[in-house]
Write a protein that binds this ligand. Sequence first.
Ligand code: GLU
Length: 472
Amino acid sequence: MSEVRVRFAPSPTGFLHIGGARTALFNWLYARHHGGKFFLRIEDTDRLRSTDEAIEAILDGMRWLGLDWDRWEGGSGETVRQTERFDLYKEKVQELLEQGKAYPCYCTASELDERRKLAMKEKRIPRYDGRCRERSEPAPDLPFAIRFKASPDGKIVVNDMVKGQVTFESKTVDDLIIARSNGTPTYNLTVVVDDVAMGITHVIRGDDHLNNTPRQIQLYQALGYPIPKFAHLPMILGSDKARLSKRHGATAVQQYRDEGYLPQAMVNYLVRLGWSHQDQELFALDELIEKFAVEEVGTSAAIFNPEKLNWVNAHYIKTGKPEALIPPLLPHLEQAGLQKETLDFKALHRVILILQERSRNMKELAESAACYFLDDIPYDEKTKKFLNPESVPILQAVLKQLTDAPFEHNSLKAALETVCESMELKLAKVAQPIRAAVTGKVVSPGIFDVLETLGKEKALKRIDKQIALLTG
Ligand code: GLU
Protein backbone atom coordinates (compact mmCIF):
# COMPACT_ATOMS: atom_id res chain seq x y z
CA MET A 1 0.00 0.00 0.00
CA SER A 2 1.26 3.50 -0.79
CA GLU A 3 1.65 5.95 2.09
CA VAL A 4 -1.53 6.40 4.13
CA ARG A 5 -2.58 10.05 4.28
CA VAL A 6 -5.57 11.05 6.32
CA ARG A 7 -6.95 14.28 7.68
CA PHE A 8 -9.22 15.71 10.31
CA ALA A 9 -11.19 18.57 8.78
CA PRO A 10 -13.16 20.46 11.41
CA SER A 11 -15.27 23.52 10.71
CA PRO A 12 -14.16 26.00 13.38
CA THR A 13 -17.53 27.11 14.67
CA GLY A 14 -17.27 26.02 18.30
CA PHE A 15 -15.21 23.86 20.60
CA LEU A 16 -13.68 20.51 19.83
CA HIS A 17 -16.74 18.31 20.22
CA ILE A 18 -16.56 14.76 21.57
CA GLY A 19 -17.63 13.44 18.15
CA GLY A 20 -14.98 15.50 16.37
CA ALA A 21 -12.34 14.36 18.84
CA ARG A 22 -13.21 10.73 18.16
CA THR A 23 -12.98 11.33 14.39
CA ALA A 24 -9.61 13.00 14.91
CA LEU A 25 -8.43 10.13 17.11
CA PHE A 26 -9.45 7.43 14.64
CA ASN A 27 -7.68 9.28 11.83
CA TRP A 28 -4.61 9.79 13.97
CA LEU A 29 -4.49 6.13 15.01
CA TYR A 30 -4.96 4.99 11.45
CA ALA A 31 -2.10 7.18 10.27
CA ARG A 32 0.23 6.22 13.12
CA HIS A 33 -0.59 2.52 12.73
CA HIS A 34 0.36 2.64 9.07
CA GLY A 35 3.31 4.98 9.51
CA GLY A 36 1.45 7.52 7.38
CA LYS A 37 0.53 11.18 7.63
CA PHE A 38 -2.22 12.87 9.61
CA PHE A 39 -3.12 16.42 8.58
CA LEU A 40 -5.31 19.01 10.20
CA ARG A 41 -7.37 21.04 7.76
CA ILE A 42 -9.44 23.92 9.04
CA GLU A 43 -12.61 24.21 6.97
CA ASP A 44 -13.24 27.87 7.56
CA THR A 45 -14.88 28.91 4.31
CA ASP A 46 -18.04 29.87 6.16
CA ARG A 47 -16.62 33.18 7.29
CA LEU A 48 -19.67 34.17 9.27
CA ARG A 49 -19.55 31.16 11.55
CA SER A 50 -15.80 30.48 11.72
CA THR A 51 -13.78 32.20 14.43
CA ASP A 52 -10.15 32.33 15.46
CA GLU A 53 -11.11 31.35 19.01
CA ALA A 54 -12.74 28.21 17.66
CA ILE A 55 -9.59 27.36 15.70
CA GLU A 56 -7.50 27.85 18.83
CA ALA A 57 -9.93 25.72 20.85
CA ILE A 58 -9.64 22.89 18.33
CA LEU A 59 -5.83 22.99 18.30
CA ASP A 60 -5.80 23.21 22.08
CA GLY A 61 -8.10 20.20 22.42
CA MET A 62 -6.01 18.19 19.96
CA ARG A 63 -2.80 19.01 21.81
CA TRP A 64 -4.36 18.11 25.14
CA LEU A 65 -5.41 14.72 23.77
CA GLY A 66 -1.89 14.22 22.41
CA LEU A 67 -3.02 14.03 18.79
CA ASP A 68 -0.09 15.59 16.99
CA TRP A 69 -0.52 16.36 13.32
CA ASP A 70 1.85 16.51 10.41
CA ARG A 71 2.62 19.56 8.37
CA TRP A 72 1.36 19.24 4.83
CA GLU A 73 4.27 19.74 2.45
CA GLY A 74 2.12 21.87 0.10
CA GLY A 75 0.91 24.24 2.82
CA SER A 76 2.36 27.33 4.38
CA GLY A 77 1.70 26.59 8.04
CA GLU A 78 1.13 24.02 10.71
CA THR A 79 -2.42 23.47 9.51
CA VAL A 80 -4.18 23.87 6.17
CA ARG A 81 -6.65 26.75 6.14
CA GLN A 82 -9.27 26.66 3.43
CA THR A 83 -9.69 30.44 3.37
CA GLU A 84 -6.14 30.62 2.05
CA ARG A 85 -6.99 28.39 -0.86
CA PHE A 86 -9.78 30.26 -2.65
CA ASP A 87 -7.75 30.70 -5.84
CA LEU A 88 -7.49 26.98 -6.32
CA TYR A 89 -11.21 26.43 -5.73
CA LYS A 90 -12.04 29.20 -8.22
CA GLU A 91 -9.74 27.61 -10.75
CA LYS A 92 -11.49 24.26 -10.35
CA VAL A 93 -14.97 25.80 -10.62
CA GLN A 94 -13.83 27.55 -13.79
CA GLU A 95 -12.47 24.28 -15.15
CA LEU A 96 -15.82 22.58 -14.59
CA LEU A 97 -17.66 25.51 -16.23
CA GLU A 98 -15.40 25.44 -19.26
CA GLN A 99 -15.86 21.71 -19.66
CA GLY A 100 -19.64 22.08 -19.51
CA LYS A 101 -19.73 20.15 -16.24
CA ALA A 102 -21.13 23.07 -14.28
CA TYR A 103 -23.47 25.93 -15.11
CA PRO A 104 -24.65 29.26 -13.72
CA CYS A 105 -27.94 29.16 -11.85
CA TYR A 106 -29.98 32.36 -11.53
CA CYS A 107 -32.68 30.98 -9.26
CA THR A 108 -32.99 33.15 -6.17
CA ALA A 109 -33.05 31.86 -2.62
CA SER A 110 -36.73 32.72 -2.25
CA GLU A 111 -37.64 30.95 -5.50
CA LEU A 112 -35.78 27.86 -4.36
CA ASP A 113 -37.46 28.05 -1.00
CA GLU A 114 -40.92 28.27 -2.59
CA ARG A 115 -40.20 25.25 -4.77
CA ARG A 116 -38.89 23.34 -1.79
CA LYS A 117 -42.05 24.06 0.18
CA LEU A 118 -44.22 23.00 -2.72
CA ALA A 119 -42.33 19.73 -3.06
CA MET A 120 -42.82 19.05 0.64
CA LYS A 121 -46.53 19.84 0.34
CA GLU A 122 -46.83 17.46 -2.59
CA LYS A 123 -44.78 14.87 -0.72
CA ARG A 124 -41.97 14.90 -3.26
CA ILE A 125 -38.31 14.81 -2.24
CA PRO A 126 -37.16 18.44 -2.57
CA ARG A 127 -34.40 18.70 -5.13
CA TYR A 128 -33.25 21.23 -7.65
CA ASP A 129 -35.46 20.95 -10.72
CA GLY A 130 -32.62 21.72 -13.12
CA ARG A 131 -34.28 24.69 -14.76
CA CYS A 132 -31.05 26.65 -15.31
CA ARG A 133 -29.21 23.57 -16.54
CA GLU A 134 -30.21 23.84 -20.17
CA ARG A 135 -30.86 27.57 -20.43
CA SER A 136 -30.91 28.79 -24.01
CA GLU A 137 -31.74 32.44 -23.42
CA PRO A 138 -28.85 34.91 -22.97
CA ALA A 139 -27.40 35.22 -19.49
CA PRO A 140 -29.30 37.87 -17.52
CA ASP A 141 -27.40 40.54 -15.65
CA LEU A 142 -28.23 39.00 -12.30
CA PRO A 143 -26.28 37.36 -9.51
CA PHE A 144 -25.77 33.66 -10.05
CA ALA A 145 -24.48 30.61 -8.26
CA ILE A 146 -22.60 27.80 -9.99
CA ARG A 147 -24.13 24.36 -9.97
CA PHE A 148 -22.47 21.09 -10.73
CA LYS A 149 -24.13 19.02 -13.47
CA ALA A 150 -24.71 15.76 -11.65
CA SER A 151 -25.06 12.68 -13.79
CA PRO A 152 -28.54 11.15 -13.39
CA ASP A 153 -27.62 7.77 -14.84
CA GLY A 154 -26.70 4.58 -13.08
CA LYS A 155 -25.63 4.04 -9.52
CA ILE A 156 -22.86 5.26 -7.31
CA VAL A 157 -21.33 2.55 -5.18
CA VAL A 158 -19.33 3.39 -2.09
CA ASN A 159 -17.24 0.54 -0.72
CA ASP A 160 -17.11 1.93 2.76
CA MET A 161 -14.51 0.49 5.13
CA VAL A 162 -17.02 0.59 7.96
CA LYS A 163 -20.45 0.36 6.37
CA GLY A 164 -19.58 -2.06 3.60
CA GLN A 165 -21.10 -1.53 0.18
CA VAL A 166 -23.52 1.40 0.07
CA THR A 167 -25.32 2.08 -3.22
CA PHE A 168 -26.90 5.36 -4.22
CA GLU A 169 -29.11 5.88 -7.27
CA SER A 170 -27.46 8.65 -9.25
CA LYS A 171 -30.81 10.25 -9.94
CA THR A 172 -31.18 11.05 -6.25
CA VAL A 173 -28.09 13.28 -6.42
CA ASP A 174 -29.18 16.70 -7.55
CA ASP A 175 -27.16 19.51 -9.09
CA LEU A 176 -25.42 20.91 -6.07
CA ILE A 177 -24.18 24.45 -5.75
CA ILE A 178 -20.38 24.50 -5.88
CA ALA A 179 -19.97 28.28 -5.71
CA ARG A 180 -22.39 30.71 -4.10
CA SER A 181 -23.53 33.91 -5.80
CA ASN A 182 -20.93 35.83 -3.76
CA GLY A 183 -18.24 33.65 -5.32
CA THR A 184 -17.41 31.56 -2.24
CA PRO A 185 -17.02 27.84 -2.86
CA THR A 186 -19.13 25.29 -0.97
CA TYR A 187 -18.14 22.36 1.21
CA ASN A 188 -18.50 19.51 -1.29
CA LEU A 189 -16.24 21.22 -3.79
CA THR A 190 -13.56 22.38 -1.37
CA VAL A 191 -13.37 19.02 0.37
CA VAL A 192 -12.78 17.18 -2.92
CA VAL A 193 -10.27 19.70 -4.26
CA ASP A 194 -8.32 19.64 -0.99
CA ASP A 195 -8.42 15.92 -0.42
CA VAL A 196 -6.94 15.48 -3.89
CA ALA A 197 -4.36 18.24 -3.48
CA MET A 198 -3.23 16.79 -0.16
CA GLY A 199 -3.08 13.26 -1.51
CA ILE A 200 -5.61 11.96 1.02
CA THR A 201 -5.90 8.20 0.65
CA HIS A 202 -8.60 7.53 3.27
CA VAL A 203 -11.46 9.81 4.22
CA ILE A 204 -12.45 8.86 7.76
CA ARG A 205 -15.36 10.96 9.06
CA GLY A 206 -18.74 10.86 10.76
CA ASP A 207 -21.55 9.10 8.94
CA ASP A 208 -23.53 12.33 8.89
CA HIS A 209 -21.42 12.92 5.76
CA LEU A 210 -22.36 9.67 4.06
CA ASN A 211 -24.99 11.39 1.93
CA ASN A 212 -22.37 13.81 0.67
CA THR A 213 -20.15 10.99 -0.52
CA PRO A 214 -22.00 10.21 -3.81
CA ARG A 215 -21.91 13.92 -4.66
CA GLN A 216 -18.23 14.05 -3.91
CA ILE A 217 -17.58 10.92 -5.95
CA GLN A 218 -19.26 12.55 -8.95
CA LEU A 219 -17.03 15.57 -8.45
CA TYR A 220 -13.91 13.42 -8.26
CA GLN A 221 -14.95 11.81 -11.53
CA ALA A 222 -15.75 15.11 -13.23
CA LEU A 223 -12.37 16.54 -12.25
CA GLY A 224 -10.59 13.36 -13.34
CA TYR A 225 -9.30 12.56 -9.87
CA PRO A 226 -8.71 9.16 -8.26
CA ILE A 227 -11.28 8.39 -5.58
CA PRO A 228 -10.00 7.81 -2.02
CA LYS A 229 -11.27 5.10 0.31
CA PHE A 230 -14.05 6.10 2.67
CA ALA A 231 -14.78 5.10 6.25
CA HIS A 232 -17.92 6.58 7.79
CA LEU A 233 -18.05 6.34 11.55
CA PRO A 234 -21.33 5.71 13.34
CA MET A 235 -22.75 8.59 15.33
CA ILE A 236 -22.33 9.00 19.07
CA LEU A 237 -25.65 9.08 20.88
CA GLY A 238 -26.73 9.89 24.43
CA SER A 239 -28.27 7.22 26.66
CA ASP A 240 -31.73 8.21 25.31
CA LYS A 241 -30.51 7.35 21.79
CA ALA A 242 -30.69 10.99 20.70
CA ARG A 243 -27.66 12.53 19.05
CA LEU A 244 -25.15 13.59 21.68
CA SER A 245 -25.81 17.18 22.66
CA LYS A 246 -25.47 19.56 25.59
CA ARG A 247 -28.58 17.99 27.08
CA HIS A 248 -26.46 14.93 27.88
CA GLY A 249 -23.77 16.93 29.70
CA ALA A 250 -20.47 18.31 28.51
CA THR A 251 -19.83 17.87 24.79
CA ALA A 252 -16.66 19.94 24.48
CA VAL A 253 -13.38 18.15 25.06
CA GLN A 254 -11.96 21.11 27.02
CA GLN A 255 -14.84 20.93 29.44
CA TYR A 256 -13.72 17.42 30.36
CA ARG A 257 -10.18 18.66 30.88
CA ASP A 258 -11.50 21.42 33.15
CA GLU A 259 -13.63 18.97 35.08
CA GLY A 260 -10.59 16.89 35.88
CA TYR A 261 -10.39 14.15 33.27
CA LEU A 262 -7.02 12.87 32.14
CA PRO A 263 -6.22 12.89 28.44
CA GLN A 264 -5.33 9.19 28.41
CA ALA A 265 -8.70 8.41 30.02
CA MET A 266 -10.42 10.46 27.35
CA VAL A 267 -8.48 8.74 24.57
CA ASN A 268 -9.25 5.30 25.97
CA TYR A 269 -12.88 6.17 26.36
CA LEU A 270 -13.23 7.75 22.92
CA VAL A 271 -11.57 4.89 21.11
CA ARG A 272 -14.14 2.47 22.48
CA LEU A 273 -16.97 4.57 21.03
CA GLY A 274 -17.32 2.43 17.97
CA TRP A 275 -14.17 0.32 18.04
CA SER A 276 -13.43 -2.71 20.16
CA HIS A 277 -10.71 -5.26 20.56
CA GLN A 278 -12.18 -8.36 22.18
CA ASP A 279 -13.43 -7.08 25.51
CA GLN A 280 -10.36 -5.05 26.37
CA GLU A 281 -11.23 -1.66 27.86
CA LEU A 282 -7.88 -0.09 28.61
CA PHE A 283 -4.98 0.34 26.25
CA ALA A 284 -1.59 1.95 26.50
CA LEU A 285 -1.12 4.40 23.64
CA ASP A 286 1.42 2.32 21.74
CA GLU A 287 -0.85 -0.69 22.14
CA LEU A 288 -3.71 1.30 20.62
CA ILE A 289 -1.56 2.32 17.68
CA GLU A 290 -0.61 -1.29 17.16
CA LYS A 291 -4.12 -2.70 17.47
CA PHE A 292 -6.40 -0.08 15.97
CA ALA A 293 -8.01 -0.91 12.65
CA VAL A 294 -10.71 1.28 11.14
CA GLU A 295 -12.12 -1.79 9.38
CA GLU A 296 -13.08 -3.10 12.83
CA VAL A 297 -15.25 -0.13 13.71
CA GLY A 298 -18.83 -1.31 14.32
CA THR A 299 -21.76 -0.18 12.25
CA SER A 300 -24.17 0.66 15.04
CA ALA A 301 -24.24 3.97 16.83
CA ALA A 302 -22.10 4.30 19.95
CA ILE A 303 -23.73 5.29 23.23
CA PHE A 304 -21.93 7.84 25.35
CA ASN A 305 -21.81 6.56 28.90
CA PRO A 306 -20.47 9.12 31.42
CA GLU A 307 -20.19 6.50 34.20
CA LYS A 308 -17.84 4.43 32.14
CA LEU A 309 -15.77 7.48 31.35
CA ASN A 310 -15.60 8.20 35.10
CA TRP A 311 -14.47 4.66 35.74
CA VAL A 312 -11.72 4.90 33.10
CA ASN A 313 -10.61 8.25 34.50
CA ALA A 314 -10.48 6.98 38.08
CA HIS A 315 -8.47 4.01 36.86
CA TYR A 316 -5.79 6.23 35.35
CA ILE A 317 -5.67 8.40 38.46
CA LYS A 318 -5.37 5.38 40.77
CA THR A 319 -2.66 3.74 38.73
CA GLY A 320 -0.78 6.83 37.56
CA LYS A 321 2.73 7.57 38.78
CA PRO A 322 2.60 10.69 40.98
CA GLU A 323 5.20 12.43 38.82
CA ALA A 324 3.02 11.82 35.76
CA LEU A 325 -0.07 13.13 37.54
CA ILE A 326 1.60 16.37 38.65
CA PRO A 327 1.51 18.27 35.30
CA PRO A 328 -2.22 17.69 34.65
CA LEU A 329 -2.91 18.43 38.32
CA LEU A 330 -1.25 21.86 38.33
CA PRO A 331 -4.09 23.84 36.71
CA HIS A 332 -6.54 22.30 39.16
CA LEU A 333 -4.27 23.11 42.10
CA GLU A 334 -4.19 26.66 40.87
CA GLN A 335 -7.99 26.65 40.82
CA ALA A 336 -7.88 25.37 44.39
CA GLY A 337 -5.76 28.37 45.40
CA LEU A 338 -2.21 27.03 45.07
CA GLN A 339 0.43 28.67 42.92
CA LYS A 340 2.90 26.45 41.12
CA GLU A 341 5.83 28.60 42.26
CA THR A 342 5.08 28.03 45.93
CA LEU A 343 4.59 24.28 45.72
CA ASP A 344 6.82 21.79 47.46
CA PHE A 345 6.93 19.06 44.80
CA LYS A 346 8.30 16.40 47.11
CA ALA A 347 5.40 16.97 49.46
CA LEU A 348 2.98 17.01 46.52
CA HIS A 349 4.30 13.64 45.47
CA ARG A 350 3.44 12.25 48.93
CA VAL A 351 0.03 13.90 48.92
CA ILE A 352 -0.81 12.34 45.56
CA LEU A 353 0.21 8.92 46.87
CA ILE A 354 -2.34 9.07 49.66
CA LEU A 355 -5.11 10.67 47.60
CA GLN A 356 -4.97 9.05 44.17
CA GLU A 357 -6.68 5.86 45.29
CA ARG A 358 -9.78 7.76 46.35
CA SER A 359 -10.02 10.53 43.77
CA ARG A 360 -12.48 10.24 40.90
CA ASN A 361 -11.02 13.14 38.97
CA MET A 362 -8.14 15.58 39.02
CA LYS A 363 -10.28 18.44 40.23
CA GLU A 364 -11.31 16.41 43.26
CA LEU A 365 -7.70 15.35 43.81
CA ALA A 366 -6.56 18.99 43.72
CA GLU A 367 -9.31 20.09 46.08
CA SER A 368 -8.34 17.37 48.55
CA ALA A 369 -4.64 18.15 48.10
CA ALA A 370 -5.00 21.86 48.77
CA CYS A 371 -5.37 21.47 52.53
CA TYR A 372 -1.87 19.99 52.79
CA PHE A 373 -0.34 23.21 51.46
CA LEU A 374 -2.58 26.13 52.32
CA ASP A 375 -2.03 28.14 55.48
CA ASP A 376 -5.68 28.88 55.97
CA ILE A 377 -7.96 26.08 55.02
CA PRO A 378 -11.67 26.31 54.37
CA TYR A 379 -13.92 24.27 56.65
CA ASP A 380 -16.76 22.22 55.24
CA GLU A 381 -20.14 22.77 56.94
CA LYS A 382 -20.23 19.09 57.78
CA THR A 383 -17.19 19.40 60.07
CA LYS A 384 -19.43 21.13 62.64
CA LYS A 385 -20.69 17.69 63.55
CA PHE A 386 -17.19 16.83 64.84
CA LEU A 387 -15.92 20.23 65.88
CA ASN A 388 -18.10 21.10 68.86
CA PRO A 389 -17.59 21.57 72.60
CA GLU A 390 -17.75 17.81 73.15
CA SER A 391 -14.69 17.23 71.03
CA VAL A 392 -12.57 19.78 72.87
CA PRO A 393 -11.22 17.30 75.50
CA ILE A 394 -10.38 14.86 72.70
CA LEU A 395 -8.54 17.50 70.72
CA GLN A 396 -6.72 18.66 73.83
CA ALA A 397 -5.59 15.11 74.67
CA VAL A 398 -4.52 14.56 71.06
CA LEU A 399 -2.57 17.79 71.00
CA LYS A 400 -0.76 16.82 74.16
CA GLN A 401 0.14 13.34 72.92
CA LEU A 402 1.21 14.51 69.50
CA THR A 403 3.43 17.31 70.69
CA ASP A 404 6.26 14.92 71.47
CA ALA A 405 5.42 12.21 68.93
CA PRO A 406 7.54 11.75 65.81
CA PHE A 407 5.24 12.28 62.81
CA GLU A 408 5.52 8.88 61.24
CA HIS A 409 2.90 6.18 60.94
CA ASN A 410 3.76 3.85 63.84
CA SER A 411 4.45 6.57 66.43
CA LEU A 412 1.27 8.39 65.42
CA LYS A 413 -0.67 5.18 65.78
CA ALA A 414 0.78 4.57 69.23
CA ALA A 415 0.07 8.14 70.33
CA LEU A 416 -3.56 8.03 69.24
CA GLU A 417 -4.05 4.61 70.78
CA THR A 418 -2.89 6.06 74.08
CA VAL A 419 -5.54 8.77 73.81
CA CYS A 420 -8.20 6.17 72.95
CA GLU A 421 -7.26 4.04 75.95
CA SER A 422 -7.16 6.86 78.44
CA MET A 423 -10.50 8.29 77.26
CA GLU A 424 -12.07 4.89 76.64
CA LEU A 425 -12.98 5.79 73.11
CA LYS A 426 -12.83 3.94 69.82
CA LEU A 427 -10.27 5.20 67.28
CA ALA A 428 -13.02 6.54 64.97
CA LYS A 429 -14.31 8.82 67.75
CA VAL A 430 -10.86 10.32 68.13
CA ALA A 431 -9.97 10.36 64.46
CA GLN A 432 -13.04 12.29 63.24
CA PRO A 433 -12.43 15.52 65.19
CA ILE A 434 -8.74 15.40 64.25
CA ARG A 435 -9.62 14.84 60.59
CA ALA A 436 -12.10 17.71 60.65
CA ALA A 437 -9.63 20.00 62.40
CA VAL A 438 -6.65 19.32 60.17
CA THR A 439 -8.30 18.87 56.75
CA GLY A 440 -11.47 20.93 57.05
CA LYS A 441 -13.35 17.92 55.72
CA VAL A 442 -15.15 14.89 57.09
CA VAL A 443 -13.62 12.38 54.69
CA SER A 444 -9.96 11.88 54.01
CA PRO A 445 -7.41 9.10 53.73
CA GLY A 446 -6.51 7.23 56.93
CA ILE A 447 -5.77 9.61 59.79
CA PHE A 448 -2.16 8.44 60.29
CA ASP A 449 -1.41 9.00 56.60
CA VAL A 450 -3.03 12.42 56.77
CA LEU A 451 -1.04 13.50 59.81
CA GLU A 452 2.23 12.12 58.53
CA THR A 453 1.76 13.81 55.15
CA LEU A 454 0.62 17.09 56.62
CA GLY A 455 3.57 17.29 59.03
CA LYS A 456 3.73 18.21 62.66
CA GLU A 457 3.74 21.96 62.42
CA LYS A 458 0.58 22.37 60.32
CA ALA A 459 -1.27 19.57 62.12
CA LEU A 460 -0.69 20.89 65.63
CA LYS A 461 -1.38 24.48 64.62
CA ARG A 462 -4.75 23.53 63.15
CA ILE A 463 -5.76 21.44 66.17
CA ASP A 464 -4.69 24.25 68.48
CA LYS A 465 -6.65 26.79 66.48
CA GLN A 466 -9.83 24.70 66.63
CA ILE A 467 -9.49 24.28 70.37
CA ALA A 468 -9.11 28.03 70.71
CA LEU A 469 -12.14 28.67 68.54
CA LEU A 470 -14.29 26.14 70.39
CA THR A 471 -13.28 27.33 73.84
CA GLY A 472 -13.30 30.98 72.62
N1 GLU B 1 -15.78 20.12 7.81
C1 GLU B 1 -16.62 18.95 7.94
C2 GLU B 1 -17.23 18.92 9.33
O1 GLU B 1 -16.75 19.60 10.22
C3 GLU B 1 -15.88 17.65 7.77
C4 GLU B 1 -15.66 17.31 6.36
C5 GLU B 1 -15.10 15.96 6.07
O2 GLU B 1 -14.52 15.31 6.95
O3 GLU B 1 -15.20 15.59 4.92
O4 GLU B 1 -18.18 18.22 9.52
